[in-house]
Design a protein around this ligand. Structure first.
Ligand SMILES: Cc1cc2nc3c(=O)[nH]c(=O)nc-3n(C[C@H](O)[C@H](O)[C@H](O)COP(=O)(O)O)c2cc1C
Length: 419
């Protein structure tokens, strides 16, 4: 076929070969440097080289998505033509987005993979995200303590990078020992959602662990600041999982103004680099991303849920107010939130029948718990955010991180070019 190619075809083909050869040469150069200099700090001025080394050079670590230390294996890990694209981008002067959150958490990229309880946010996903230079979260809510222990051991084997263990306040009220189990594993951070952290902040600090609190209103952010938290996640109503009523773009700048200089992280409605760039422009120091990572290769939810996210439009992710009738809030320190989830026949059946749902709550709770335990939550209340409409593919978590950084860099450049 090549012998019969036209003149223009031959030129294009020879450019392609030259570019691949160039990419391969760079890959091998990166590998050679990685081999001779294993100290990460040596790559401090060239984060992208550091990443290429991490993904394409660490052939013998379980955390390497490539699995083999070659440029082609690296390409396979990132999908179609990724190696070539990656190295071409590298040579085009990519910049790094570094914020105070990166320094505080000891990470390269200001992206937190959100805690999502037992839905997807297990050890494999958290490790993949942390190994990609962002920070992964092991979901501790709705996970039996023994299961949490096992996941923490697995996470320790998959990464030596910083990670977060996340809980919800109602879950910790019922399972207080889970907090100590998490602290013993030595996470960089404990994060909490859905209620007043109270004394938990001091307990984490006494163990040398940072504390991140998720909020939905300015009042909750002020409370978190009083408690002494290190970072506040301001979550907009667009988010998957339990959400309030205020949109991310309205909430984040207000929280920034209210609790400065405590770093604020934006959550809800962010699935790509444009969202990250917007969050930074609103004053956030990073983003907390859930739904995008649910549709990742490593997320431990069933394939039908991931495919449903890819197929869904934003308006298919609805607030499920009837949840409160099925699972009445424990009261006390719990925030006023209800889940956002994909509209399923189950949600449709109960959504407008709160009185009957309350009467049959015990039975419905049983059905939902059985669905969680058998990994069929997508048939019941599959927590998912409005970014479902933005998500067209199921990707390796590392690629999600790196695409976000690259797109954010491009978005910020586009905005700079306007001035
Ligand atoms: C399936 C799912 C489960 C979630 N469970 C939790 C949880 O256990 N703890 C928590 O802090 N947040 C939880 N969240 C909310 C996330 O932390 C995060 O704020 C949210 O996903 C961000 O919005 P996004 O989905 O638009 O990215 C969950 C979100 C989803 C999608």
């Amino acid at each position: 076929m090549r012998a019969r190619a036209s003149g223009r075809g031959r030129v294009v083909e020879s450019h392609r070969i030259a570019r691949s050869a160039f990419a391969s040469a760079l890959a091998f150069a990166a590998l050679a440097v990685a081999w001779s200099v294993r100290d990460d700090s040596r790559f401090g001025n060239d984060p992208w080289l550091k990443h290429d080394v991490q993904y394409c050079g660490d052939s013998n670590t379980a955390s390497s998505p490539a699995g083999e230390g070659s440029a082609s294996a690296c390409g396979a890990a990132f999908g179609h033509n990724a190696t070539e694209d990656w190295f071409i981008w590298l040579t085009e002067g990519a910049r790094m987005l570094r914020t105070s959150l990166c320094d505080l958490l000891g990470i390269d990229h200001p992206i937190i993979q959100a805690g999502m309880g037992p839905f997807g946010s297990g050890a494999e996903l958290a490790a993949a995200v942390s190994n990609a230079g962002a920070i992964g979260t092991l979901g501790g809510a709705a996970r039996p303590v023994e299961g949490l222990r096992q996941q923490l051991v697995a996470l320790g084997e998959l990464t030596d990078r910083p990670f977060i263990v996340n809980f919800t306040q109602p879950w910790l009220q019922q399972n207080p020992e889970a907090f100590d189990v998490a602290l013993e594993a030595g996470p960089r951070v404990i994060s909490l959602a859905l209620g007043d952290p109270g004394e938990l902040v001091n307990r984490a600090h006494d163990a040398g662990v940072l504390f991140v609190q998720q909020v939905h209103t300015v009042g909750q952010a002020n409370l978190a600041a009083e408690r002494g938290v290190d970072v506040v996640v301001a979550q907009g109503t667009e988010a998957g999982g339990f959400t309030g009523t205020v949109a991310m773009a309205a909430l984040v700048p207000q929280v920034v103004d209210a609790i400065s200089p405590i770093p604020v992280v934006a959550a809800g409605g962010i699935a790509d680099g444009r969202g990250l760039a917007a969050a930074l422009a609103l004053g956030a120091q990073g983003v907390n991303v859930g739904t995008r990572f649910l549709a990742s290769v490593e997320a431990s939810v069933a394939e039908p849920w991931k495919k449903a996210i890819v197929a869904a439009k934003s308006e298919d992710a609805v607030k499920v107010a009837v949840w409160d009738d099925i699972f009445p809030k424990p009261g006390g320190a719990a925030f006023d939130v209800v889940p956002r989830a994909l509209l399923t026949p189950f949600v449709e059946k109960w959504q407008h029948r709160p009185v009957e749902a309350a009467k049959e709550a015990e039975q419905i709770q049983g059905e939902i718990w059985a669905g969680i335990q058998t990994e069929r939550m997508e048939e019941f209340v599959p927590f998912t955010g409005q970014t479902a409409g933005l998500i067209d593919d199921i990707l390796p978590a590392a690629e999600i991180v790196l695409r976000m950084i690259r797109e954010a860099d491009e978005s910020l450049q586009r905005v700079r070019d306007l001035t």
